[in-house]
Structures are given as C-alpha cells and as structure tokens.
Design a protein around this ligand. Sequence first.
Ligand code: NAG
Ligand code: NAG
Ligand code: NAG
Length: 478
Amino acid sequence: MELGMKLCGFDLVAWRGFIYAIFILNFVFCCQLILLQPLVAATDGKPGDSAALFERVSQSIKVKRYSEALAELNAAIEADPTLSEAYWHRASLLRQLCRYEESEESYKKFLKMKPGNSAAEKELSQLHQALNALDSANNLFDSGDFTKALEYIEKVVLVFSPACSKAKLLKARSLIATKDYSSAISETGYILKEDEDNLEALLLRGRAYYYLADHDVATRHYQKGLRLDPEHGELKKAYFGLKNLLKKTKSAEDNASKGKLRLAVEEYKAALAFDPNHSAHNVHLHLGLCKVLVKLGRGKDAVTSCTEVLEIDGDLVEALVQRGEAKLLVEDWEGAVADLKSAAEKSPQDMNIREALMRAERSLKLSQRKDWYKILGVSKTASMSEIKKAYKKLALQWHPDKNVDNSEEAEAKFREIAAAYEILGDEENRTRYDSGEDIDEMGMGSGGAGFNPFGGGGQQFTFHFEGGFPGGFGGFHF
Ligand SMILES: *[C@@H]1O[C@H](CO)[C@@H](O)[C@H](O)[C@H]1NC(C)=O
Ligand SMILES: *[C@@H]1O[C@H](CO)[C@@H](O)[C@H](O)[C@H]1NC(C)=O
Ligand SMILES: *[C@@H]1O[C@H](CO)[C@@H](O)[C@H](O)[C@H]1NC(C)=O
C-alpha cells in the first residue's frame, strides 16, 4: 500500500502537466489501487494467515491449552467454512480430547472436502479404535478386571487420545483398585496440574493417599473438593467416612488403654467394618483387637485377629508375639512355639519374647508327656481308690496270658498301664506329675529311657507276674 502511495505520488508529481482527463483517470486508478489494496492483501495473505493459525493452534495444544486451540479453530471455521484444514485440525484435537462424536463429525466434513485423504482416513480409524477401547476399558473396570482395563487405556485410548481426562480418571480408579496407590497419585497429579479443580481427580488422589494411610493429605484433598462442590456425593462419603473411621479408631484405642477391654473390642470391630480394603490402617486395628482379646483370654478370636495382621504384614514381630500368646491360650503349643520362635529370630534382643518362648516350649514339652490319667481312663480328679480300681481292671484286660493272639500289643499296653500306676498310684508322684514336673526323666533316672517304666530297652523286658504288679499289688494274681 505504501508503495502504491509512492507510485501515486510520483505519478501525480510527474504527470502534473498532463491533460485533465488523463489526470483524472490516473487519480481514479490510484484511488482504486488504494481502495483495493486491503482486499488484495487479504486474498494473498490467506495461506499465510492459516499457516500462522495452525502454528498457534499446535503451540496451544503443546502447552495443553486445548480449549484455546479449539476456540481458535472454531472461530476460523466460522469465518471461512471452506477452510478444510481447520476441520482436520479440529477433528484431530477433539480426538485427542476423546470427544469422539464431534471429532468424527469434523473428520467427515474434512473428508467430504478432500475425499480419499488417507492420513485423515487413518486418523478416523484410530478414533474408532480409541472409542472402542475406552468402551472396553469401562466394561472391564465394571466387571472387576482392572489390569486388563488399564491395558486398554494405556495401550490404545491414551495413545490416540492423550488428553482424554475420562480415560485418565478411569486409569486412576483402576490403579487404586489394583492397589497401585503411588501411581494413582502421580496420574491424578497430572490431571490436577492441568485442571486443579477437577473434583474427581481430587477425590481419587485423596483416596490414594487414604489407602496409603496418609490421612491428613487425604483429608486436605477431600476438603478442597468439597469447598468447590459441597454436595459432591462421593467426596462427602469419603470425607466423612475417613473422619468417622479416625474417631472410632481413637475410641477403640482409648478404651483399650484404659482397660475397658470389652468396649474396646466393640470399637475395634466397628472401626474395622468401615473399609475392609484399608489394609494399611486395618493392620493396626487388627493388632489392637488381637492384643485386647489376648488380655481377655479369648484365644481363638485373638488368633484370628493376629492372623489378619500377619496376612497384611508377615514381619510384624508384635503380631507374632501376640498370636503366640493367643495360641498358648488355646493350647496350640506347637503353634505358639513356632510363632514365638520366629518372633525371637526377628527380635533376638527382646527378653520378653525369649521368656514367652521358653514358657511355650515348656508347655509343649509337658503336653508331650504321656497323659497317665487318660491311659488309666480316669479323670484328673479321680480318687486313689478309683485309680486303683481302674488299674486293676485294665491290667486284667491286657494281661499277656490272656492275649496270646496279640501278645505284642498286650505287652505294650500292660507296660503303659503299669507305668501310669507308678505315677498316679503314689500320692507324691501324682502331685509332682500334676504340678507339671518332668517326672518321667527325674524318676526314670536311667538315661531318660522314655516312658518305659521298667527301664532299659523294651526287648529285654520280661514279666514277673509272680512278683505281683508294680506298685505293690503282691497279692494280686491271675
Ligand atoms: C473394596 O475394593 C473392591 C475392589 O476394588 C471394591 O469393589 C469395593 O467397593 C471396595 N470396598 C470399599 C468399602 O471401598
Ligand atoms: C469407649 O467407647 C465408647 C463407645 O463404646 C465411647 O463412647 C467412649 O468415648 C470410649 N471411651 C474412651 C475413653 O475413649
Ligand atoms: C514314683 O515314680 C517313679 C518314676 O516313675 C518310680 O520309679 C517310683 O517307683 C514311683 N514311686 C512310687 C512310690 O511308686
């Protein structure tokens, strides 16, 4: 335009002497040039402008300002509905945002203008792949196959639609469902970086922190979401659920520490009912409950609670110790020794554990003694005459002379019965036995020969019936 002005000026000066008509003509020409200039420039500048537009759009997309990019493309299309490239750019942007319906429409418009454009056709088919994969991922999530859902999202949906927040949120949900909480935290972190008020991202990030038992950070996320939308159902549920869980937990712990054991049991159970999935917190609740149950002497329930703890964290020494104690209560001596032994191995300096282990080992040893009462078929409170009577009866029954067909079995039985009577038939021996003394070894003397009341090896054993039964039934004959 400037050039035109100069030309005009020069013409005007140079041709000043020319005839009026020529001057007029020239003037008109110049004016036409000046007037037409913008139109000419606009037409010429069109490819340049759209190139600049697409450059701006791709810059906006690069810095994730998708709505800016979209607005610019929409405006360009409105200004010039024949601008085919803009449809394509818009289709591609909408595909990235997984706004598949609008995207498809835009692709189709472009392809109507440029039929057979293979690149656009390829993108359209990728759109369909992404759309189907997102559908599949949703269905897989609903049916509980979270790993497969993640595969669809990561390998298809987010490849063709990297800005799809629906898919990212579904990914975060799936990650939480697979207990990959730290990945869920980073995924929701990306979403919130682009959209800090995304309520679902706030909810899911809070939930991931919650499952890591980082309850303060979880609460802050829920609170931020609720400030934006106080009526958000899931956020409300999460926030108040956590608040109540912490309240119940405190009440359980307070009752336990004040010795209100029965109340504590109820409170622990109520706290555990809040969220069975919250292992990181429930592990402490189960342990607290186990301890209280041990104190209450409820061995069986305590074993169950401590087993829950150890299923979450098999290395928790305290849980091994408590379960050991609980097993002592239910007279599972071997189980108690096993638990306390592994606790002692993990915590070799702990004297309390060693002491408990020794107790358990002693109980186990005692339990492995012969039960002489059982052998004589009498109760632990049987009177001396009942014991004598039982002994006589059994000795008659198993007398080897009367059991020629099964002499081996009869000899063994007979020997056992005699041994039982040696202990139970003597007040002092019986008292020592009842008090848990290791009477067999002490009494037997001869190198701990087990339970053979006659000492030595069984093979050398011979009966001396004439001499009466052990225990002084001299006059008793068969
Ligand atoms: C526990 O996790 C399962 C599987 O992810 C889920 O279906 C269930 O709703 C969760 N329960 C709670 C109380 O969150
Ligand atoms: C014990 O539990 C009851 C509920 O059963 C609760 O009201 C009370 O505050 C608790 N006590 C303590 C000391 O926390
Ligand atoms: C007491 O038991 C021991 C060992 O079994 C035995 O040798 C001893 O004869 C018993 N005493 C009496 C009086 O029976």
